[in-house]
Design a protein around this ligand. Structure first.
Ligand code: HEM
Length: 202
């Protein structure tokens, strides 16, 4: 394989996912920043609403027996409860579910969603530093952005190693990619929804 081939078609599955989600990630990053979540606790609470909705939609995937057989510590990685506790810290109601949640995806698609959810813990390292400026921390208001047990880098590395080690058909690879792209689209919808809703007066 030539160097050029390597650039055009990454040999590792996780690298391919990074590549195909680069643009949606850049757009989402800009959208998050456009909503200025660190300008006030009220704005941050809207961001937490989006995070909570996203995480709560993924609970059934994090708890799925088959997926836990693939990723052994999967159920411990879920952040729905942490996000829910953050909402309580921020005196914000638990939002009603938003139509259009992922529903019983096949295994490869589910892994695409989980790739995005797990990957978002990397960006969270930057976000939590900003949350500290609002008087929040991984034990109050910004729990869902906290360092996972065992470390952020380690958790990501082991997830990616598992993902890269799976044997998938070409069709399943396409399903995986679809799951990852759908996850970015969904977070975008939930973020817009969260900021469109009038914040509760704390
Ligand atoms: C719902 C999904 C995601 C959201 C909402 C999200 C959001 C963000 C935001 C807002 C930042 C900027 C932090 C700052 O500059 O203060 C960021 C950075 C980052 N994100 Fe994500 N992200 C998501 C998914 C992912 C995924 C899937 C990966 C990895 C595959 C990832 C890897 C990173 C990394 C490494 C950074 C640090 C700096 C950079 O390279 O841009 N994120 N993310």
């Amino acid at each position: 394989m030539t160097t050029q081939d390597t650039v055009q078609s990454p040999s590792l599955r996780s690298q391919r996912l990074n590549q195909i989600t680069h643009e949606p990630h850049t757009r989402l990053d800009a959208l998050v920043k456009a909503h200025a979540p660190f300008e006030s606790r009220a704005s941050f609470a809207r961001f937490v609403v989006a995070q909570y909705l996203f995480q709560s939609e993924l609970v059934s995937l994090y708890n799925d027996a088959q997926l836990n057989a693939i990723v052994p510590d999967l159920c411990a990685r879920c952040r729905a409860e942490a996000a829910k506790a953050d909402l309580a810290d921020l005196d914000t109601d638990v939002p009603a579910p938003v139509a259009g949640a992922v529903n019983n995806p096949g295994k490869p698609q589910a892994l695409g969603w989980l790739f995005v959810s797990e990957g978002s813990k990397l960006g969270a390292a930057f976000l939590i530093k900003r949350a500290v400026g609002l008087g929040l921390s991984e034990t109050f208001g910004a729990r869902h952005l906290g360092e996972p047990a065992g470390g952020r880098a380690q958790g990501w590395k082991s997830f990616v190693k598992t993902l890269d080690g799976l044997s998938l058909s070409a069709e399943e690879e396409a399903e995986l990619d679809k799951g990852a792209i759908d996850a970015f689209n969904r977070f975008t919808v939930l973020l817009e929804q969260a900021y469109a809703t009038t914040p509760e007066i704390a």
